[in-house]
Design a protein around this ligand. Structure first.
Ligand SMILES: [Zn+2]
Length: 309
């Protein structure tokens, strides 16, 4: 698979000018870094991401646009690789990572994680040079009506290397370990294990507990997963809010920031330069506090997860 993906990028850069340009432009993006609650958070000024950050994801807007993840509406130049006969691996033409993939379902079906954790783990194993991520329909997915995962090359997201520093073991089960994130920045759990089925069952246990929080479609969450030395790591980041208040404010306080898996993983994306200049570690901490599920809820759910295992 590694060779196949490399070949896909090479051939797309040769045949698809817009994508090649956007990846080349990534080399010049402005970045800055903060240490917030002992965690590294980088900020990337990435103008091409305005399409995603400011995407209208209300039911009416979604219904009125042609779905850009459906094969019939995709750019003529875009090539894909079939995966499990259920998904197509595509290069993302508006990258955040130096290597960024979008992996839509072959079918136009709503963005839902239930029943798809095994697929996510299969992807992580097959694309072992990548971190796979999932943005819930109200947590940053710009196509909430079309199921898709994304993947970005390893070595980019701070959480990938520093997750163990700020975690406490919640439960050690025969199916795997569940850690509770305790970094004062984000909230959630991290699952660690060597068996896909076992990890899927552990995820279902967490998912069912999250279902107790009222939601319209599925419990709000972002997910990150990767495979390393025979082991999967899955980061579960439950959310209580899609976009922070500053997104909707007018004037000085306004920031076009729409946090999703990548931001929660430690790289904040600002499509507007004024926001990039303005943002501070304190603002980042405030936004994360506002959108992540609060600690009291997490503690409650953690206790119930423990009882079930
Ligand atoms: Zn579609």
């Amino acid at each position: 698979m590694r060779e196949t993906i490399k070949y896909l990028f090479d051939s797309q850069f040769r045949d698809w000018e817009m994508a090649a340009k956007n990846y080349a432009a990534l080399k010049d993006v402005r970045e800055k870094a903060f240490t917030v609650s002992d965690c590294t958070v980088r900020v990337q000024f990435n103008p091409a991401r305005i399409l995603s950050s400011a995407a209208k994801v209300d039911a009416k807007s979604i219904q009125e646009r042609a779905c850009f993840l459906c094969a019939t509406n995709r750019p003529a130049e875009q090539e894909g690789i079939s995966f499990l006969a259920k998904y197509t691996i595509l290069i993302n033409p508006f990258p955040i990572f130096p290597r960024h993939l979008t992996i839509p379902s072959v079918l136009h079906t709503p963005q839902r994680i239930e029943g798809r954790m095994t697929d996510m783990l299969e992807l992580a194993e097959a694309l072992d040079e990548y971190v796979i991520f999932y943005n819930g329909p109200r947590c940053g997915a710009s196509a909430p009506d079309h199921m898709h995962f994304q993947a970005g090359n390893k070595g980019f997201l701070p959480i990938e290397n520093n997750w163990q520093q700020n975690c406490s073991l919640l439960s050690e089960t025969k199916r795997g370990l569940i850690w509770k994130i305790s970094d004062n920045l984000r909230t959630g759990w991290i699952m660690e294990g060597t068996d896909k089925q076992d990890l899927s069952i552990l995820f279902d246990t967490i998912y069912k507990r999250l279902d107790e929080i009222p939601t319209e479609d599925e419990p709000m969450m972002n997910l990150l997963a990767w495979f390393d030395k025979g082991k999967w790591i899955v980061v579960v980041l439950p959310r209580k809010k899609h976009r922070p208040d500053c997104f909707f404010t007018e004037g000085e306080e306004q920031l076009t920031i729409s946090p999703a898996s990548v931001d929660l993983g430690g790289v904040f994306i600002t499509p507007l330069e004024k926001d990039f200049d303005k943002i501070t570690g304190q603002i980042i901490a405030g936004i994360l506090h506002e959108v992540c599920l609060d600690e009291a809820h997490i503690k409650n759910i953690s206790n119930r997860i423990k009882e079930l295992l």
